[in-house]
Design a binder for this molecule. Sequence first.
Ligand SMILES: Cc1cc2nc3c(=O)[nH]c(=O)nc-3n(C[C@H](O)[C@H](O)[C@H](O)COP(=O)(O)OP(=O)(O)OC[C@H]3O[C@@H](n4cnc5c(N)ncnc54)[C@H](O)[C@@H]3O)c2cc1C
Length: 352
Amino acid sequence: MEIREHVALGPYTTLGVGGPARFFAETATEPDVRQAVEWATERQLSLFILGGGSNLVISDSGWPGIVLKMSILGRNPLGPDNGREAVEYGAGEEWDRVVEQSVAANCSGMECLSGIPGTVGGTPVQNVGAYGQDVSETIVRVRAFDLQSGATVEFSNAECEFAYRSSRFNSRNRGRYVILAVTFATHPGGAPRLEYADIKRYFETQPKPPTLANVREAVREIRHGKAMLLVEGDADARSAGSFFKNPVIAAEHYQRIFAIAESRHLTLPKYPVGEGRVKVPAAWLVEQAGFHKGFTFGTVGISSRHTLALVNRGGATATDVLALKDLVQKRVFDTFGVELQPEPVFVGFDLP
Ligand SMILES: Cc1cc2nc3c(=O)[nH]c(=O)nc-3n(C[C@H](O)[C@H](O)[C@H](O)COP(=O)(O)OP(=O)(O)OC[C@H]3O[C@@H](n4cnc5c(N)ncnc54)[C@H](O)[C@@H]3O)c2cc1C
């Protein structure tokens, strides 16, 4: 395993901003991970795990310690698991290939997660989800290296503490574990999930019920329409995906925003999530706060096909991205009293 120095990190991310890593190691095996961690510990270096770089904003000063690029590959079919078929994948495998293989094997459970960029190891971190499915529905086990104890540990689905765009890996144990492998289980011969409005609409006029492969294709096409699929040369895809989470607010707060919307002759969409709380679409709030698709702010802007994606229009810095993020958050707060929470991970910002 080679340890390189002063490696520019922007090109390793989909947003394409950020400074260099002081040290950089590509880890293709579990012993590589152990070795890189020991090397970093001896030198008291802070460590950051890089997957596919699709959910990151890296600071202009970069990362002062070591970046460990997760490259462990491998597919290990484990057979039946409570009526489902389980397969373990190395954390460095490309996520969309996992979905492709599951759909090709006629197994349901992750077809709506087609086209999401990044690696297998990145999926449990924020419990990736789209079009009515979350990866937590298919994750059976996560194997990880504990940077605190130096041991390899396993987490069951319940132990991962999954919630909306959250798990123990991006909340109370953020930065503690290097995810090495993830086991997923999907339903052989299961029907595709057709819950989400965009997907239902897509198949509205089709006489026959769609297959898993049809749904995968539809999801990828819909994503492409919103520049939420990474396509070479697509300027709107130079983003970190949705930049803001959909806020979950108290019902009383919703009523106040509803009244503001009504006074403007608008209907505010809502999705009840139980316990008197409501999820509100962040895209709606951003649009109504005055940001339209294609909005430009120097070298950055809002995707011309998706209001929630902040894009690098070429030559942007992390400072530029943050300035636009702050502006959007401020205007949404001033208009609706809602604090939008960013979805990407900010790397190297709190460090000297
Ligand atoms: C165009 C586009 C569309 C997107 N659409 C969606 C979507 O529909 N739904 C959704 O949920 N997300 C979406 N995303 C966000 C992103 O693709 C996912 O969050 C993805 O799972 C991130 O994986 P990654 O490997 O790229 O992780 P990275 O971006 O490299 O890292 C993200 C975080 O995970 C940690 N991490 C990554 N790998 C490991 C590991 N092996 N061990 C420990 N920690 C690790 C990193 O340290 C970091 O904290 C989108 C992004 C883009 C650019």
